[in-house]
Design a protein around this ligand. Structure first.
Ligand code: TMP
Length: 208
């Protein structure tokens, strides 16, 4: 019996964290042993780095520094939380992972996809999820939802300008096009129940 590593991705305001919880519950209802976790964070060391990344001024870090901090947090999270759980036969549902660094720092941040993948090779041995579900919404709807959630204020990265976030969304769509076996776009419109059903549908071939 081997576990699976599933990541949820998407731009701001697509309902990702709600769906991560709902997906974890739906998998548990199927009898699976599920660990729900998130990035940046998910282990003691990575949660400490989370504060450095998300708080403070927009220009607190250069883009390379920011990418290195995400990679360091991810290395700790993988070693302490994700890998042990998967090796113990559990299903890990992770709210954001490598593809967020590729989209936010690599593409929208201009560091380059190759550089982000290089950092991931150094920090985490290049480990990829068994499946990545990208919640995808028409851009206007996502912006409205993000605004409704936090009144327009946001963390250091969520508060970047609309062009940055449009590039993030386009990058996720491109990852799904490049690697359709691992990365699946999932329509995030409609009710929470409908979206969770779509997510489960994209895991059908992995479920026992
Ligand atoms: P959250 O809004 O999903 O909690 O994520 C926190 C912010 O961190 C969000 O704006 C996306 C950003 N982020 C990156 O820029 N790169 C990454 O690798 C990760 C995991 C998150």
């Amino acid at each position: 019996m081997s576990g699976k590593f599933i990541t949820l991705e998407g731009g701001e305001g697509v309902g990702k964290s709600t769906q991560a919880r709902r997906l974890a519950d739906a998998l548990r209802a199927r009898g699976l042993d599920v660990v729900l976790t998130r990035e940046p964070g998910g282990s003691d060391g990575a949660e400490a780095i989370r504060g450095l990344l998300l708080e403070g001024e927009g220009d607190r870090w250069s883009m390379p520094s920011e990418a290195l901090l995400f990679a360091a947090a991810r290395a700790d999270h993988l070693a302490k939380t994700i890998r042990p759980a998967v090796q113990a036969g559990k299903w890990v549902v992770c709210d954001r992972f490598l593809d967020s660094s590729r989209a936010y720092q690599g593409i929208a941040g201009g560091l380059g996809d190759d550089n982000v993948l290089r950092l991931h090779a150094i920090g985490s041995g290049g480990v990829l999820p068994d499946r990545t579900l990208v919640l995808d919404l028409a851009d206007e709807e996502a912006a409205a939802r993000a605004h409704a959630r936090d009144g327009g204020s946001s963390d250091r990265i969520g508060g970047r300008d609309p062009d940055f976030h449009a590039e993030v969304v386009a990058a996720f769509r491109e990852f799904a096009r490049q690697d359709p076996d691992r990365v699946r776009l999932v329509d995030a419109s409609g009710s929470a129940e409908q979206v969770t059903e779509r997510l489960l549908g994209q895991l059908a071939d992995l479920l026992p």
